[in-house]
Design a protein around this ligand. Structure first.
Ligand SMILES: [Zn+2]
Length: 374
């Protein structure tokens, strides 16, 4: 089969590799649609984030299969001991693979697993025609969900998880910083989850217009005095909850490391900040202000070197899409056809603002897409 192989930072090539064979507890999925994540693009470029050290070590030994944890497909083959997963099933997959044997796993704390693996990072992923995954990681995709939406479901699962982590109460005000995919879906989840006033701060006029469509009450240009506007909208109190989604490496179009400071200036005393974005090691945090105002700083499960939101969040996200409550597919701006286009999808996703992309660029793979529609 054809698959992406990384020969060095910035050097991703499509090559022939052996077809995967399912062992006990494993299934092989024909990939129908896959999209690179921004984190994967940063890692391919050699940015020092997430699994960078692991990848650098692996590249030191030779070329590595890399990429592909946001995807969907059709189960092609199953190994022994894969009850509940059958060939022909439409599926997506949770990326974190826990060991199942360490002390934390035995004590039913898989999020503290001592040696987790990550599909597409520490083991081959779906930058390929077929991918081998544990049956335990498979999430069934319900009727009425397109391959485009199923492949793009992870940020919605992440938004659901972040909303639950903040324990948003009915009527509470929520500020979402960032109007990218993650921010827009956080708005949708807040609206669906009975938040009160929903405010969004972002840089792109087009995306702020989308935020209003996704349920925001008030959109704020990031170049305005956001804390003053938030204060004005909340009787001077500040918002109950901030969901921060904009920070990260400017080299991939993200807003740098100042977004946590902005969040701290917008949240009320005793409020909560969920830091969804991945800031660099050593980024400055306004700890004195957070402490003085008794603000809770919450870190969601993140994937890509953390433990991803569980299958329940994925299943609920797919349910929202199937019901028409979250239009994930409307955010897909770039659709490419054929497995050979994976490096091009990476190139586009690595600089979404320059390409006018909202969702990462998606790649449809003929054999899997055909099986999906059978
Ligand atoms: Zn474990």
């Amino acid at each position: 089969m054809r698959a992406a192989v990384l020969h060095g930072f910035g050097d991703l090539r499509m090559e022939d590799v052996p077809n995967p064979e399912p062992g006990p507890g494993e299934v092989v999925v024909d990939v129908a649609c896959v999209q690179p994540s921004v984190t994967e693009c940063m890692l391919i470029a050699g940015e020092p984030v997430a699994q960078h050290a692991h990848l650098a070590t692996a590249l030191g030994r030779g070329p590595v299969r890399f990429g592909g944890h946001e995807f969907c497909g059709v189960v092609a083959e199953v190994g022994p001991g894969t009850d509940g997963v059958a060939p022909g099933g439409r599926v997506t997959v949770v990326e974190t693979v826990v060991c199942g044997r360490c002390a934390a796993c035995r004590r039913h704390r898989p999020d503290a697993c001592a040696s987790p693996g990550f599909i597409g990072f520490t083991r081959p992923g779906a930058f390929a025609e077929r991918v081998l995954v544990p049956a335990a990681n498979v999430v069934a995709v319900p009727e009425g969900v397109s391959p485009a939406a199923a492949a793009a479901i992870q940020p919605l699962a992440g938004a659901i998880h972040a909303h639950a982590l903040a324990a948003v109460q009915p009527g509470e005000s929520v500020l979402v910083i960032g109007a990218g995919v993650m921010g827009l879906l956080a708005v949708r989840v807040a609206r669906h989850g009975n938040a009160g006033a929903i405010l969004v701060a972002g840089r792109s006029k087009a995306k702020l217009d989308l935020a209003a469509r996704f349920g925001a009450d008030l959109v704020l240009g990031a170049d305005a005095d956001v804390p003053a506007l938030v204060a004005a909208a909340t009787e001077g109190i500040g918002v109950d909850v901030v969901i921060e989604t904009a920070g990260g490496a400017p080299s991939v179009g993200l807003a740098g490391a100042g977004t946590l400071d902005l969040a701290a200036r917008c949240v009320r005393r005793g409020g909560r900040i969920v830091l969804v974005s991945v800031l660099p090691e050593g980024a400055l945090a306004p700890l004195a202000r957070l402490r003085e105002r008794s603000v809770s700083l919450l870190h969601p499960r993140s994937g890509a070197g953390g433990y991803s939101p569980g299958g329940d969040a994925f299943t609920h996200a797919l349910r929202l899409v199937a019901r028409g409550d979250a239009d994930v597919e409307s955010l897909v701006t770039h659709r490419l056809k054929g497995v050979e286009e994976i490096p091009e999808a990476v190139r586009i996703t690595a600089d979404k603002p320059a390409h006018g992309a909202i969702n990462p660029a998606q790649v449809y793979i003929e054999s899997g897409a055909r099986a999906w529609h059978c």
